[in-house]
Design a protein around this ligand. Structure first.
Ligand SMILES: [Fe+2]
Length: 225
């Protein structure tokens, strides 16, 4: 099974209380994909590394796309490998950062991933030393996404992103922010030009079906076979 959930923000109870995820029966054949703002690779201190070692004992694989609240300096220092058809940063053997524009094949399903978003609290985060310009994709990442979608004939099973396409943001009743309009506009293009079954995104800290195929996730866990 492939499970999807929203922003975890380094909250340890999400993985340790056994209730939020309902992961007690998950096995080595299961995958959990967090739709950005993973947050367990944020402070890079001893306590955080010890918790990652605890997560490494889970039988299933924990994957995440990056959100805007990630420590990209630390993330980018982890070894980059090709995993199931796409590039990842390997945090632990079963904890993987899914990189932007990649398409992975898990259990015969193709999953296109496009992380990143703009931090509306950028000024505060900068003062705290917790802001990275890498929160938004650069031209080479967009190009890699386009090339990979083209190679897949613009057809995947699932799409995972942190923020959402502009049309979806409007359907949620919000106005697309100009600061990451390049990314939300790009995601709008992906929405128009890609055949897919289901799109999961995080960022908005909301659990809601926006359309029959596009779902905002925060605490909810969605399962796909
Ligand atoms: Fe978040």
């Amino acid at each position: 099974m492939i499970y999807f959930t929203g922003d975890t923000h380094g909250e340890r109870a999400r993985f340790s209380d056994g209730k939020r995820l309902g992961d007690s029966a998950w096995t080595k054949d299961d995958y959990l994909i967090v739709c950005g703002d993973f947050g367990y690779v944020m402070y890079d201190d001893e306590a955080e590394r010890a918790f990652l070692d605890e997560l490494a004992k889970k039988p299933y694989t924990i994957c995440f796309c990056d959100g805007n609240h990630e420590n990209f300096t630390t993330l980018n220092a982890y070894p980059c490998e090709v995993w199931n058809g796409g590039r990842v940063h390997k945090i632990r053997p079963n904890i993987l950062h899914l990189m932007r524009g990649q398409i992975y094949t898990l259990q015969g399903k193709k999953i296109f991933v496009m992380g990143g978003a703009y931090s509306i609290d950028k000024a505060t985060k900068k003062n705290q030393g917790l802001h990275w310009e890498e929160e938004l994709p650069v031209a080479s990442e967009y190009q890699e996404a386009i090339d990979n979608l083209r190679a897949a004939a613009h057809k995947v099973d699932y799409i995972v992103s942190h923020t959402a396409p502009q049309r979806i943001i409007r359907l949620m009743g919000f106005y697309p922010d100009g600061h990451d309009a390049e990314l939300t506009g790009f995601l709008d293009w992906v929405l128009s030009e890609t055949a897919f079954k289901k799109w999961y995104f995080g960022h908005w800290h909301m659990d809601k079906e926006i359309t029959d195929r596009v779902r905002a996730l925060w605490l909810d866990v969605a399962a796909e076979e």
